[in-house]
Design a protein around this ligand. Structure first.
Ligand code: AMP
Length: 419
C-alpha cells in the first residue's frame, strides 16, 4: 500500500478530504484553527512534491447552501498556514469547480465549497417536516442514486485520493469513503494525521505493552457501554470514574446523595463488575469523593466516602484516597488510554482529580509508557492543564476514535486499506 511518504505527487492532482470543521464566531472569525493546522503537513508534502490539491471538507451541519457554513470564511487562514494563495470554488461540483480543478498547476491549491451543501455528501435525504413514510423511502432511494453521480464528479477532479479527515472516518460519506472506489489501490492513501491516529490506536489496542490501563471518565456510563465492554477484553486495569461512579456505587447499595446517576443502568453496572471479575481484570472505582452542595464551582465543599453521601450533596471530583489509588495504577502502566475527566474539570475547584490523573500519565510516559488521550472532554482537559505535549498522542477524533476503540471497522479507513 502507498503511504503519503512513499507516493510521489509530482504532476499529480490530489483530492484531499480534510476536516476543516472549525468553530467560527458570529463575525466568521476562526476561534480555534487546530483542525486546519492538523492537515497542513499532508497538504505541504503534496505541494512540495510538485503536485496540486483539491481540498474538500464539511463545515457544520448545513441543510443546504448558506453563508453561515461557507468555507470561504476560512480561505484566508488556509492560505496563510499553507503559504500558498489558495483558490476557491463557490460550489463543490459544477462548471466552476471542474474548470478550476482542471487548470491547477503543480504547487497550486483549490478549496471547494462545503461538501455538505449537498445532501449527497452524507447520502441522507433532506425532507420537509411531516414527510410520509412513502416520501421518505422514495427520497432515500433518490439521494442514494444521485450520490453516485456526486461522488464520481468529485473523484473526476483528481488522479489520487488522500483522506486526512480522521474526525469523519467513522462516516460512510461520499468524500470520506465512497470516493475511494474510483481510485485504484495504488492511488488512494492516508494523510499524515489519519496515519498517526491509526498508528496510535493500534499501538494501544493491538501492539499493547502491559500492563495496559484505561481510564474512563465523563458523566454517563450509557454512552460508553460498547467502549467499556471491548476494553474488558484488552486491559489489565480499568479505572471507571467521573459521574458514572455513582451508578456503580448505587448498584452496589451505596448512598449517593444528589450525585449524577443513571437509574436504568444499575443492572448494567452490576454486569460490568461481574464481567471484569470473570475476566480477571482489576476494575478500579473511586472510594472517596470531593463533595459539593450544588453543581457549581462556588459550592460548599466537603470530602467523604462515595458510599455515604448525604442528601443535598453530590460528588463532583475524586477524593485524595482515590487520587492515590488511581495514580499508583497509572504510574505502573506501560500502555494508557484516557477518555473522559474523572471530575467536573470545567470547575477549577473540582479539577484536581483530573489534574492528578494527567500528571500520573505524564510521569508514566516519561518512564516509557505509551499514552493516548482522546474522545472529547479529556482532550479539553489535558489542554487546560497544558500537558498535551507531554503525553504520547492526543487524538483529534471524538466519535471516530471511540468507534476504533470499540473494535469497529471505520468506513474511511476500510475504503483505503480494505479493513
Ligand atoms: P462525557 O462527555 O460523557 O465524557 O462527559 C464529560 C463531562 O462529564 C464533563 O463535562 C464533566 O464535567 C462531566 N463529569 C465528570 N465527572 C462528573 C461528576 N462527578 N458529576 C457530574 N458530571 C461529571
Amino acid at each position: 500500500m502507498q503511504t503519503i511518504d512513499s507516493f510521489n505527487f509530482a504532476d499529480k492532482k490530489a483530492f484531499i478530504r480534510v476536516d476543516f470543521n472549525v468553530p467560527l464566531d458570529e463575525n466568521f472569525n476562526i476561534t480555534d484553527d487546530t483542525r486546519i493546522r492538523a492537515a497542513i503537513p499532508t497538504l505541504k508534502k503534496i505541494l512540495k512534491d510538485g503536485g496540486s490539491v483539491i481540498i474538500g471538507s464539511h463545515l457544520g451541519r448545513p441543510t443546504g447552501p448558506t453563508n453561515k457554513y461557507s468555507l470561504k470564511h476560512i480561505l484566508p487562514r488556509v492560505s496563510e498556514l499553507l503559504d500558498v494563495d489558495v483558490q476557491f470554488a463557490n460550489d463543490c461540483i459544477g462548471e466552476e469547480a471542474e474548470s478550476k480543478a482542471a487548470a491547477l498547476r503543480p504547487g497550486e491549491a483549490l478549496l471547494l465549497e462545503n461538501l455538505r451543501f449537498y445532501a449527497e455528501e452524507e447520502g441522507k435525504p433532506r425532507l420537509p417536516e411531516g414527510a410520509s413514510e412513502e416520501e421518505t423511502t422514495a427520497a432515500k432511494k433518490a439521494v442514494k442514486e444521485s450520490q453516485k453521480e456526486f461522488t464520481k464528479k468529485l473523484a473526476s477532479y483528481a488522479d489520487v485520493y488522500v483522506n486526512d479527515a480522521f474526525g469523519t472516518a467513522h462516516r460512510a460519506h461520499a468524500s470520506t469513503a465512497l470516493i475511494a472506489d474510483y481510485f485504484d489501490a495504488d492511488h488512494k492513501l492516508f494523510g499524515y494525521l489519519m496515519q498517526n491516529e491509526i498508528n496510535a490506536v493500534e499501538k494501544v489496542m493491538s501492539e499493547t505493552e502491559r500492563p495496559f490501563t484505561a481510564i474512563m471518565g465523563g458523566s454517563k456510563v450509557s454512552t460508553k457501554i460498547e467502549l467499556i465492554k471491548n476494553l474488558l477484553n484488552k486491559v489489565d486495569n480499568l479505572i471507571l470514574a467521573g459521574g458514572m461512579t455513582y451508578t456503580f456505587v448505587k448498584a452496589d447499595g451505596g448512598k449517593i446523595g444528589n450525585s449524577i446517576v443513571e437509574n436504568d443502568k444499575l443492572d448494567l453496572a452490576k454486569e460490568i463488575v461481574e464481567l471484569a471479575k470473570q475476566k480477571g481484570i482489576n476494575l478500579v472505582l473511586a472510594t472517596d469523593a470531593k463533595l459539593a452542595d450544588s453543581f457549581s464551582n462556588d459550592a460548599k465543599i466537603d470530602f467523604g466516602s462515595v458510599k455515604e453521601i448525604p442528601d443535598g450533596w453530590e460528588g463532583l471530583d475524586i477524593g485524595p484516597e482515590s487520587e492515590k489509588i488511581f495514580t499508583e495504577v497509572i504510574k505502573n502502566s506501560k500502555t494508557i488510554l484516557w477518555n473522559g475527566p474523572v471530575g467536573v474539570f470545567e470547575f477549577d475547584n473540582f479539577d484536581k482529580g483530573s489534574r492528578a490523573v494527567a500528571d500520573a500519565i505524564v510521569e508514566a510516559t516519561q518512564k516509557g509508557a505509551f499514552s493516548l488521550i482522546g474522545g472529547g472532554d479529556s482532550v479539553a482537559c489535558i489542554n487546560k492543564f497544558g500537558l498535551a505535549d507531554d503525553v504520547s498522542y492526543v487524538s483529534t477524533g471524538g466519535g471516530a476514535l471511540l468507534e476504533m476503540i470499540e473494535g469497529k471497522s471505520l468506513p474511511g479507513i476500510k475504503a483505503i486499506r480494505g479493513y
